[in-house]
Design a binder for this molecule. Structure first.
Ligand code: HEM
Length: 444
């Protein structure tokens, strides 16, 4: 027995009129039919429920005193509601008063929470790890479903610079690479490097043996090794304001066949994704989530663009339609200055335009962005040694917010720290008390 749900999910526009149970109803009981029901009338008795003889009902309604109740009869509907559409029918009926304190805490009474509180850094690092797994290492991993999968744990360990020993080693490398070499200091364990090396070796072997082609970085590097790789010179579309133009060095005339590219070289390139694109991209997403949580007007406007884009592309997001989203680009371009990694690389400020701490997507509107001096806005660096992953990082950021905003509202909760406090313990930029937000499921 289920409490009367929103019947739209059953494909029926009108709620069924209800026969009586308990108090007298003013409505006349009428048979309830679902379009296309081809059930054998003999399978389901409708007797005594207000249906004419011989007409099968898949469900019917009644009143339990003032409460409308829906009774399901069709096993397929029961399966649909209890299993497939569980997300819409999560709760048991409430019949114990709140005063029954112990019972009201029991599993039976537990209600689907409107808002779930999540630590977004954990969620985003799992997401960026899965993205690296598929694009750089050529394997499929689901780190949200399999929380302790080896790939994620290895990557997390490799990029965890919160431990004292790693922080000290990092400083040692910075202060004196020569002494670090003499002392044979290493940031990455043998176990970790061997794990990734083995992964790449196995993948390349299987692909060569079975002639598997998968559009990912391993494929591109294997092609480069055969001298088949071509640079994308045509058809490059605008990938967003913040992206940097990769250097031309290595393109065109000076391209050469890299048959000397070893499996270890390929592993090293894949590992770059971990070092540069795992924690950093996730952190960037966390700061963006924070800004969206505390600037609900920006979030709402972005969600409207998400819905409009979905409508435009018939419900299935495409690469081109994602990149056409102007407001999305404005929001992800408006990176808070806190995420200034490149001071670490090159010692110049990444954002030095006026009032850089103010989160203001309007700065990046078509009318305003021309006013930005390019050398005051360098989230991905400048010159030939700029970031090779800017398109990649922005793309995965846009994708994640597209789908989050389609289904959820990001809201501040009790644990959200406003304003955010930056951790002093970690070498890499992160929030002192985590990035806690509420995700409120939208009814769409
Ligand atoms: C939000 C994410 C990211 C930010 C903010 C970022 C930022 C930067 C910055 C500031 C530099 C130094 C540029 C310079 O010295 O002028 C850099 C270099 C680099 N980044 Fe990124 N990056 C991000 C994501 C990625 C990703 C996903 C990859 C993976 C492919 C990546 C790969 C690299 C590499 C390989 C370099 C060194 C390039 C060279 O020395 O030629 N980055 N990045």
């Amino acid at each position: 027995m289920a409490e009367l749900p929103n019947l739209r999910s059953l494909g029926n526009e009108k709620p069924p009129p209800a026969p009586m149970w308990g108090r007298a109803s003013r409505k006349q009981p009428r048979p309830i039919l679902i379009k296309g029901s081809k059930r054998n009338p003999a399978d389901m008795s409708t007797k005594g429920r207000g249906s004419p003889a011989g007409v099968a009902t898949r469900y019917f309604g009644l009143y339990q005193f003032a409460k409308p109740i829906l009774i399901l009869k069709d096993p397929d509907l029961i399966k649909q509601i209890t299993i497939k559409d569980f997300n819409h029918f999560t709760d048991h009926r409430t019949f114990l008063p709140d005063t029954e304190q112990l019972f009201s805490k029991s599993l039976f009474i537990l209600k689907d929470k409107e808002v779930v509180t999540v630590e977004m850094k954990d969620i985003f690092t799992r997401y960026t790890s899965d993205v690296i797994a598929t694009t750089a290492f050529g394997i499929k991993v689901d780190s949200l479903a399999e929380a302790n999968n080896e790939f994620y744990l290895m990557g997390k360990d490799a990029t965890d610079f919160t431990t004292f020993s790693k922080t000290m080693k990092f400083f040692a490398f910075f202060m004196s690479p020569k002494i670090s070499k003499v002392l044979r200091l290493r940031l990455f364990s043998n176990e970790m490097t061997n794990y990734f090396r083995q992964l790449i070796n196995d993948t390349i072997k299987v692909r060569e043996e079975k002639a598997i082609v998968r559009p990912d970085m391993i494929h591109l590097l294997m092609e480069a090794r055969k001298g088949n790789h071509k640079n994308d010179e045509d058809g490059i579309i605008d990938t967003g304001f913040a992206t940097v133009q990769e250097s031309d060095l290595g393109n065109k005339s000076n391209i050469r066949v890299r048959e000397d590219l070893t499996n270890d070289d390929i592993t090293a390139q894949a590992l770059i994704f971990f070092l540069a694109g795992f924690d950093g991209v996730a952190t960037n997403m966390c700061f963006a989530a924070y800004e969206l949580a505390v600037n609900q007007d920006v979030q709402e406007r972005l969600r409207e663009e998400v819905y409009a884009t979905l409508e435009e592309c018939g419900g299935k997001l495409t690469y081109e339609s994602l990149l056409k989203m102007k407001y999305m680009d404005m929001v992800v371009s408006a990176r808070p200055r806190k995420t200034r990694e490149q001071q670490f690389f090159r010692w110049y400020p990444s954002l030095s335009y006026p009032d850089p701490d103010r989160f203001d997507p309007e700065r990046f509107s078509d009318e305003n962005k021309a006013n930005i001096n390019p050398y005051t806005y360098m989230p991905f660096g400048v010159g030939p040694r700029n970031c090779i992953g800017s398109r990649f990082a922005l793309l995965e950021t846009k994708i994640v917010f597209f789908f989050i905003l389609q289904h959820f509202q990001i809201v501040p909760v009790e644990k959200t720290q406003i304003p955010l406090k930056i951790s002093r313990k970690s070498f890499s930029m992160t929030a002192a008390n985590g990035f806690w937000f509420g995700l409120k499921r939208l009814k769409n």
